[in-house]
Design a protein around this ligand. Structure first.
Ligand SMILES: CC(C)(COP(=O)(O)OP(=O)(O)OC[C@H]1O[C@@H](n2cnc3c(N)ncnc32)[C@H](O)[C@@H]1OP(=O)(O)O)[C@@H](O)C(=O)NCCC(=O)NCCS
Length: 172
């Protein structure tokens, strides 16, 4: 397991969370119950803290970092898709941050909001509930196609998947 303290900054990982052995967790990182962190993801809490809410997932190849002013907070029951970069942003409950997107300092993704695949949100952008950010630079529009049910499906799928990995994963 690549899980490191940095001086007094020590990760806290709920015993019911799943952290893949090839993820890297450093410093003040707080991971809640039934949350999951997937291979090649880096959570580096060296300045501010990183919080992963219960039932949330951070999929393969993500990079989450912070600044001392803006921690990175992922609320409960939210999903971060593959290869996403989040830097000092606050993501609410029931959100989906889709593959390959970039969410920078001071952004706020309100409960139930979404960031579309490949979007880039520069500093301090707020995505209101029920809306989606799309494109580069991201533009915000009403989210009509990927609603709370679909986001819930992704979240539940990863809770089940993490349970399977906890029981069945073995190195060869
Ligand atoms: C946003 C998304 C859901 C597509 O939404 P959609 O409403 O089905 O999109 P449509 O194909 O109907 O296109 C609607 C408009 O959005 C645009 N659009 C769709 N996806 C886009 C994207 N990722 N980036 C930029 N624009 C996008 C389309 O060009 C179209 O624009 P127009 O109205 O100006 O013509 C999809 O791009 C996405 O991000 N999916 C993420 C899936 C995911 O992460 N799943 C979980 C992983 S585990």
């Amino acid at each position: 397991m690549a899980i490191y303290a940095l001086g007094d900054l020590v990760p806290t990982i709920h015993p019911e969370a799943f952290v893949h052995p090839d993820a890297t967790i450093i410093g003040d990182v707080r991971i809640g119950a039934y949350a999951s962190v997937w291979p090649q993801t880096v959570l580096r809490g060296d300045d501010g803290y990183i919080e992963i809410g219960e039932y949330s997932n951070v999929q393969d190849g993500c990079v989450l970092h912070t600044t001392s002013i803006t921690p990175t907070i992922l609320g409960p029951s939210s999903a971060i898709g593959h290869a996403v970069h989040v830097e000092g942003a606050r993501i609410g409950t029931g959100c989906l941050i889709a593959s390959g997107s970039v969410v920078l300092n001071g952004c706020v993704i309100e409960d139930g909001a979404m960031v579309g695949a490949g979007a880039v949100l520069s500093y301090g952008v707020t995505v209101p509930s029920g809306h989606i950010a799309l494109g580069v630079p991201a533009k915000i529009r009403e989210n009509v196609s990927f609603g709370p049910d679909k986001i819930r499906f992704v979240v539940d799928n990863y809770v089940d998947r993490a349970k399977r990995f906890r029981g069945e994963l073995r190195p060869l």
